[in-house]
Design a protein. Structure first.
Length: 409
């Protein structure tokens, strides 16, 4: 398939234009589409109807005919007016950035929740563009007193899509309730929650897998390798437990429909005690990736949660002139470099307000002893004649579960 990418370079996106065009190629490649040509127009702002300007569209149309182009990919989401205009003007398939991202998400969605989320985003994207599907029929049976078959078919299609959208949204709301119930249960466990966020393909899933002993998540060096939010039990270097949540990756101009559809999933971030932003330091535009990630977090209403900047893939990147934000760590999740530093940081940050207690556990309370060993930092254990003496440190919130075993000084 002979494919070209098309973009408008204008002041509002000047700082990220080259990055966006390169990402567009990578998005296409994620769908096994190789881009051969690039077509750029410089404008103060994109034209509301033609995106490129009518003169440039004529030039583009001639290029498509000469080079026998099969597919044109636009760097931004086209409005419904622009989309229909290019359908009329270009004798080839057309897609925009949002459509490509939706296709990738549709291929990668595995859970029922992810399938619904992507389905909702696709329907909201499709509805405004539906009019083009039946324009050839519109007016064929027109006349005074009745409508053309194209208009009737269009109304039927819209009604069916709206009904489907309502079904999807209803089912997703039910899943969101179940997810909230799961979050509430995690809160009652008194375990701190750490959320991994970052640009797509920054290494979040690789980092999660490096920190857990079992129930690994899927990881691969490609855009949007996984869409599933995964939460795993982890421990610091002092064996203090916490929950680690991996979230879907972000990207520049992430479609609004997807942010809205995935909002219930991304609510996990708002419940976190600490956010780890994972950054691919080997990428030349890593500073812009940070800005994009934080813009998405802001749009989700995430604020006042402490953040650690983890600069990943130091085994690949040149870190001599690295621009860092504080607090930060340099790691390689793949090579497990400096993960001990990360665990120490997590222990200090999540459990810095530990309180110390001495406990006496009767031997008959074996299950209680095992539970305590899993959830506290143990300084000393003595197996004595009538029971077990323990010197431990734990969060104040965990004291309630220990009150009947605390030795009063």
């Amino acid at each position: 398939m002979r494919t070209m990418i098309v973009g408008v370079h204008y002041p509002a996106i000047h700082a990220v234009f080259e990055m966006m065009m390169q990402e567009l190629k990578e998005l296409a490649l994620a769908l096994n589409i190789e881009v051969q040509y690039s077509f750029v127009q410089n404008l103060p702002v994109p034209d509301k109807q033609t995106y490129l300007g009518s003169g440039k569209v004529s030039e583009l149309r001639q290029f498509i005919q000469t080079e026998a182009i099969d597919l044109v990919l636009f760097n931004e989401e086209l409005t419904s007016v622009q989309y229909l205009y290019f359908q009329d003007q270009l004798d080839c398939a057309i897609e925009d950035r949002t459509s490509l991202i939706l296709r990738i998400f549709e291929q990668r969605a595995r859970s029922r929740e992810a399938i619904l989320q992507v389905g909702i985003a696709r329907l909201k994207y499709t509805l405004p563009r539906l009019v083009g599907a039946h324009r050839e029929l519109t007016g064929q049976q027109g006349g005074s007193g009745f409508r053309g078959s194209g208009e009737t078919q269009l109304e039927n299609d819209r009604r069916l899509l709206h009904q489907k959208l309502q079904r999807y949204e209803k089912e997703l709301r039910q899943i969101a309730k179940e997810r909230q119930t799961q979050r509430d249960k995690r809160k009652k466990s008194d375990l701190p929650i750490v959320a991994l966020v970052g640009y797509t393909n920054s290494g979040k899933s690789t980092l999660l897998n490096a920190l857990v002993d079992e129930k690994k998540v899927f990881e691969k060096d490609m855009l949007f390798a996984t869409l599933q939010t995964a939460t795993r039990y982890c421990e610091t270097d002092d064996h203090l437990p916490f929950l680690l949540t991996d979230t879907v990756g972000f990207i520049s101009f992430l479609p609004h429909e997807l942010i809205q559809a995935f909002r219930s999933t991304l609510e996990e971030i708002r419940e976190a005690d600490l956010i780890i932003q994972v950054i691919d330091v080997s990428h030349p535009e890593y500073t812009k990736h940070i800005e994009t990630t934080e813009q998405v977090l802001e749009s989700l209403g995430v604020k006042d949660i402490p953040m650690l900047y983890v600069y990943n893939k130091i085994d690949k990147g040149n870190i001599v002139f690295l621009q860092t934000r504080e607090p930060h760590l340099l790691i390689s999740a793949k090579e497990k470099t400096n993960l001990d530093q990360l665990k120490r940081f997590l222990g200090k940050t999540l459990f810095g307000n530990l309180e110390r207690y001495q406990l006496w556990i009767p031997y008959a309370q074996g299950e209680t002893f095992a539970m305590i060993m899993r959830h506290v930092h143990v300084n000393e254990v003595q197996y004595q004649e009538n029971g077990i003496y323990m010197d431990i440190e734990t969060l104040p919130s965990f004291k309630k579960k220990l009150e009947s075993f605390i030795i009063l000084n």
